[in-house]
Design a protein around this ligand. Sequence first.
Ligand code: SAH
Length: 665
Amino acid sequence: MDSLLQQKEEMIERQLRSRGIDDERVLSAMEEVPREKFIKKDLVEFAYRDAPLPIEEEQTISQPYIVALMAQILELEPSDKVLDVGTGSGYAAAVMSRIADEVYTVERHKVLAETASKRFQDLGYDNIFVLHGDGTQGWEEHAPYDAINVAAGGPDVPEPLKEQLAEDGRLIIPVGKEPRQQRLVKLNKADGEIQRKNLGRVQFVPLIGLSGWENEDRESDVKSKKPAPSKQSLPDMIAGEAEPFSDIDSAELAPLLERIGDSRVVLLGEATHGTSEFYRMRSRITRALVEEKGFNIVAVEADWPDAAHIDRFVRDTNVELPTQKPFTKFPSWMWRNEETKDLISKLRLYNDTVETHDDKVGFFGLDLYSLYSSIDAVINYLSDVDPDLSELAKRRYSCLTPYENNPARYGAAASSGRFRNCEKGVVNMLEEMLENRVELTTHDGDKYLDAVQNARLVANAERYYRSMYVSSNQSWNQRDSHMFETLQALLDYENSDSKAVVWAHNSHVGNAMATEMSGRGEHNIGQLAKEEYGDDTYNVGFGTDHGTVAAASMWGGQMNFKDIRPSLDDSYERVMHQSDVEKFMLPLRDKSKTVIKKLEKSHLERAIGVIYRPETELQSHYFQASLPNQFDEYIWFDETKAITPVETSTAEGEDKMPETYPFGV
Ligand code: SAH
């Protein structure tokens, strides 16, 4: 026991005094009440930890600091009559009872009310009175109260509590739109008027009752002795909310376009890099955005020079192209597929109907894995328009030449400090090209944009390969920052009313703040776009339960058609599957809807990239996320098929096969 006393002393100093609890009455009450008597026996050793602890009925005993803080904010006086809503273990009521005259405490769980009552008796605290009931209605019989303490979070301050507050009374309550995330709010009543002050963020269990949240399924309510009213399951609610469609070509897009409204950026995700339905649906949406809303940029998760081949065809530009054939490096199937070809030819057909070059829709790459073809592109461009600068570019970029076969080795070499670091040269190159914009664009705007983007890619790729040796999250961030920078450069370059559709994996498109990634300090295009454009960005996620997918087993490996396993329990995919709706669009922005609230609770989510390893699916492909905070909309295909690759081998004789154009260029 000695050690508990000692721990209590330490708690007072380290958790309370040092954090600004200086009301001596509160401190001595915290010293008097034995917290170990308010928790289960097997947790006694944790009694003075700086944390809430579990109690019966899935509730918690508050963290000591929070109890002290709330008591201090309530400015308790010895003559006060206090109402405490949410008795829980009884600990907070006990602490307040050591300062105030009387404490009336209300708890909705019978077991908790009874256990607390017994504890007060055992400790001889005879100025605490316990009621089993709904504390959102207060305890009218003994009102008014000088202080009201609410230890559970509601959507707002319950009216009955305001009414039961005495003149000069103080009330403190956690309030928030989410059942488990709130801000602490303090009310003061003076001359019958209520003043409200917001304090910091807190996290309490939900306040459930007539003037609080509705009962949650899993909680055994005060009234739960009666059979529970039949509740809709989450999959049923999804089925009710979803906009089903029977096939991609005939899907009704008008409601989605309406929701997209005037957004400037629409991000279209994918749950795998090899699913036909995702490409085809994104293609339909993209064409609608181009044709009906004037979107003029399609920016995809591909390297800039590769996409430049496509753009040259789509917009019929005369940008010089790198000699390397596009999309021949791993993972070639990601863009070298029939689905992409179809999109490209449709964009070209559209552009053929557009008169001015500036109004045509362009196709661009956001990624940065083309260091050396980008270097070539910058040098070639400059050799035509500014031979001196071209010579300088050659010298600066030669710093990276030794690593051409394996640019990742550059990162290791530069980080070791024993080899040259090429940063300065590549950054200067980009800056000078940006500075010379006016002069250079007199030659040809499209060519200039292409060259600057290649210079930007070289600068960012240089940093990317170096950051790989610092940490994987830094290099991830470096890559996504590059993608976002490129997107912004495109939006700025084209004109002030240009609008962009982005095609990238869900993991780039869904706001990273709503996934495990944020815990690792990683951001992505989805997050950066939300931060920059707010609701003018519309993020769409895609998902599937089972089917086939084009993927490799390891980086650089061969592409295979693999079976996608049916989704795991506890995943978003599983609840979508259980809705029994084969294909649908599900708007996620309206957080006031019950179905969205339920979906906000974190679930597993599956991500299949260019690699799929079904054997270790849980570890390698699932992560935690909150879907409605990640995306504005989710598009579901219960069963999916792999994309159809355009065989690279036919590329051999492609000069004679114009049907493979533009891949064959
Ligand atoms: N002060 C308590 C904290 C308990 S947690 C302690 O130190 O132990 C909050 C408690 O509020 C839970 O026990 C929960 O069951 C209860 N609660 C939630 N809504 C309630 C309501 N409407 N009326 C009474 N109690 C409620």
